[in-house]
Write a protein that binds this ligand. Structure first.
Ligand code: C2O
Length: 583
C-alpha cells in the first residue's frame, strides 16, 4: 500500500474569474441564498436556516415526511453527472422534530436499484428494524416500492440521514436531521441564529462506477479520490482541469455557499460531514470558533481556530460576527493527508463566503486572513479529553472487553478486502436481525452463544453481548489510514485512544470514568487504537463500522447482538419482512 504521506501541495489559488455567483437576497440573518438562477434540482439553502420561532417545548406529536429518491442528471459544481436526489433536489430536505415526537418517513424508491434510509445516531430502542441498514435490519426497498419508517425520537441534537445500501449515499442520498428539546434552552442564549451546514467530499462519477476499480484484483486499497468538496451541496469547479476528451460536460456556471451575517450577532453552525472519504478542517478567517456540540452531545465550549471533522461526524460551532464589516472566508479544507494519493483536479481549499454586507465579492486577502496555525498532518479528531459533556454522565465499570483488529489484506484472487479480525463483511440476503429473531423464537442455541456468534455465515462477525453488561471494544488498527468508526444505536463513551502504539491494559484502573466524552463516531488514527464503552441495553443487531463508503464496501463492518431476552419475544413487523420477498 502507498504511504499516506503529504505530497507537495497542488497550490494555486481559487480562480473565480469568469464566474459570477448569483446575488443574495436581502433577508436578515444567515441567508446562504444562491437563488435567482437556482436550477430546479438545487435545494434552496434557505431551507437549512433553522427558524428560531420553532417551539422546543411543544407537546410530542407525530410528524410525517415523504422522501422520494430518484436519479437525474445534475451539476452541483458545474460538472454534469448522474446524481441521486431526494424529492427532486440535492442535498436532501431538512428533517426537524422535537424530542419525544413520533416520526413517520415514507421513503419511495424511484431508483433503478434497491435503497434504504438510515437515521444516523438514533437509538431506535425497541425499533431496531427501523434502523435502515440493509443486510442487518432490513432488505433493500426494491425499485418502485415504498417503505414507511416509523419511530419515536428519544434524544436531541444534530443528526443526519442517508441511504445505507452499498455506497449509495455517496451519490447524493443525504440530508440533515435536527432534533430540538426543552433542554436546549440552556444553550440557546449563546447564539442568535441557528444554521445547518452540510460539508461533503464529492465525486464526478457514480460510486457504483468507481467501486469495481477500487475492489478489483491488484488494487491495494487505493480509494477513489474525491474530485471536489461541497458546502450546502455547491461549489465551483475549474472546468479547465478536464481535457476536452475527458467525457465530462462542465459549465463554469456554479456558485458557492454564502452566509449572510449581521454585525454583532452570534451564530451557531451545525456542521455535518455527509461525505464518503474526506476529513475537513474547518475555520473562519479572523473569527475564532467555539465547539459546543460533538455528534449530538453538548459540550462545554472549546475555543479553536481549526476544527477537524471526519466523515459522519457533527459539530456545532459558535462564532461572533464582531469583526470589521466586510467579507470573510469560511474554509473547509479537505485533508488530503488522509488520502493515499493526490487527485490533480481536486482543490482541497473548499470555501463558503461569510458576508456582513450582503455582497458576493471575494474577500480582500488583506482583510480576510487565514489562521497561521498549520493544518493537521494527521487525520485525528479533536482530542477527546478536550470535549467535556455539558450534561455529565459517568461511565459504568466495564464487564467485558472485546479487542478487535482492523486490517486490509490481500486474499483470494489478489483482492484487497477489509477485515475485522478474520472477517470481511458481505451483506447477507436475509438480514441478521431477521435471522436472529427467527432463531431465538425456536430456541436455536446458536443464537444465544455469548461472545462471537456461530449462528451466521462466515462473512458476519457478530458478537452476542450478555444483557445489561458493560462492553468495551478495543479497536486496534493495523492499517495506515484513519477510520471514522460509527456504532449504531448507541452513544459510546470514549475511554481512551491513541494515535499509535497500543492500549496499556495496566491503565484500566486509572481511566477517567467521571464524565468522559460520548459520541457515535470516532476517528481511529492510522495504526492507532480506541477504547469505547457502551451498555448492552438496547435490543437488536447493531453495526459497528468504518463510515468511509469505500471501506464499508470492502467489508469493514461488524455487529453486536444485544438483549436476547427481549428479542426472543419479538416479531419483525410484516412490512419489514415483506421487503425480503422479491415480487
Ligand atoms: Cu451513518 Cu452505518 O451509518
Amino acid at each position: 500500500m502507498g504511504l499516506r504521506h503529504k505530497k507537495a501541495s497542488a497550490g494555486g489559488g481559487h480562480s473565480t474569474s469568469g464566474i459570477s455567483p448569483n446575488s443574495t437576497n436581502g433577508t436578515s440573518g444567515t441567508s446562504p441564498d444562491i437563488s435567482e438562477n437556482r436550477p430546479s434540482w438545487r435545494r434552496d439553502p434557505l431551507e437549512y436556516n433553522l427558524d428560531r420561532s420553532w417551539d422546543i417545548n411543544a407537546a410530542p406529536t407525530t410528524r410525517v415526511f415523504n422522501l422520494t429518491s430518484s436519479e437525474i442528471q445534475a451539476a452541483p459544481d458545474g460538472v454534469l453527472r448522474p446524481l441521486f436526489v431526494i424529492n427532486g433536489q440535492f442535498p436532501g430536505p431538512l428533517i426537524r422534530v422535537n424530542q419525544g415526537d413520533r416520526v413517520l418517513v415514507n421513503v419511495t424508491n424511484q431508483l433503478s436499484n434497491g435503497t434504504s434510509m438510515h437515521w444516523h445516531g438514533f437509538y431506535q430502542n425497541g425499533t431496531n428494524w427501523m434502523d435502515g441498514t440493509v443486510g442487518i435490519t432490513q432488505c433493500a426497498i426494491p425499485p418502485g416500492e415504498s417503505f414507511l419508517y416509523d419511530f419515536t425520537v428519544k434524544q436531541f441534537g444534530t443528526y443526519w440521514y442517508h441511504s445505507h445500501f452499498s455506497s449509495q449515499y455517496t451519490d447524493g442520498l443525504v440530508g440533515p436531521f435536527i432534533v430540538h428539546s426543552p433542554e436546549e434552552s440552556k444553550i440557546q442564549e449563546m447564539y442568535d441564529y441557528d444554521q445547518v451546514v452540510l460539508l461533503q467530499d464529492y465525486y464526478h462519477d457514480l460510486s457504483a462506477a468507481l467501486l469495481p476499480g477500487y475492489l478489483s484484483s491488484g488494487n491495494e486499497n487505493a480509494e477513489p479520490l474525491p474530485d471536489n468538496g461541497l458546502i450546502q451541496g455547491t461549489n465551483f469547479f475549474n472546468c479547465s482541469s478536464y481535457d476536452s476528451d475527458s467525457g465530462y460536460a462542465c459549465d463554469q456556471n456554479s456558485t458557492r455557499a454564502i452566509f449572510n451575517v449581521a454585525q454583532g450577532k452570534r451564530y451557531r453552525f451545525r456542521l455535518i460531514n455527509t461525505g464518503a472519504f474526506g476529513e475537513f478542517q474547518v475555520s473562519i478567517d479572523n473569527h475564532t470558533i467555539q465547539v459546543i456540540e460533538a455528534d449530538s452531545t453538548l459540550v462545554h465550549p472549546v475555543t479553536v481556530n481549526r476544527l477537524p471533522i471526519h466523515v459522519a461526524q457533527r459539530y456545532s460551532i459558535l462564532f461572533h460576527a464582531n469583526q470589521t464589516t466586510t467579507n470573510y472566508w469560511f474554509r473547509a479544507r479537505m485533508n488530503d493527508y488522509c488520502f493515499s494519493d493526490q487527485n490533480p483536479v481536486l482543490d482541497t481549499d473548499v470555501r463558503a463566503l461569510i458576508t456582513y454586507t450582503n455582497s458576493t465579492s471575494d474577500p480582500a486577502p488583506t482583510e480576510s486572513v487565514d489562521w497561521t496555525y498549520a493544518l493537521d498532518t494527521a487525520c485525528e479528531d479533536l482530542a477527546p479529553s478536550s470535549l467535556i459533556p455539558y450534561d455529565p454522565l459517568p461511565a459504568p465499570q466495564v464487564d467485558i472487553t472485546y479487542p478487535i483488529e482492523i486490517s486490509f489484506q490481500i486474499g483470494d484472487f489478489a483482492l484487497d478486502k477489509a477485515y475485522i479480525n478474520s472477517t470481511t463483511w458481505v451483506p447477507p440476503a436475509i438480514p441478521t436481525l431477521n435471522q436472529a429473531v427467527a432463531g431465538l423464537q425456536v430456541n436455536n442455541a446458536n443464537f444465544t452463544t455469548s461472545g462471537v456468534s456461530t449462528a451466521f455465515d462466515s462473512s458476519q462477525l457478530v458478537i452476542d453481548v450478555p444483557t445489561y453488561k458493560v462492553i468495551d471494544v478495543l479497536i486496534n488498527s493495523l492499517d495506515e489510514g484513519a477510520h471514522p468508526f460509527h456504532l449504531h444505536g448507541h452513544q459510546f463513551w470514549i475511554m481512551a485512544s491513541g494515535a499509535h502504539g497500543a492500549f496499556n491494559w495496566n491503565s484500566y484502573p486509572t481511566l477517567n470514568m467521571t464524565n468522559p466524552m460520548r459520541r457515535d463516531t470516532i476517528t481511529v488514527d492510522a495504526f492507532g487504537w480506541a477504547l469505547i464503552r457502551f451498555k448492552a441495553d438496547n435490543p437488536g443487531l447493531w453495526a459497528l463500522h468504518c463510515h468511509i463508503s469505500w471501506h464499508m464496501e470492502a467489508g469493514l463492518l461488524m455487529q453486536f447482538q444485544t438483549r436476547n431476552d427481549i428479542m426472543r419475544g419479538w416479531a419483525v413487523p410484516s412490512d419489514v419482512l415483506a421487503l425480503c420477498h422479491v415480487k
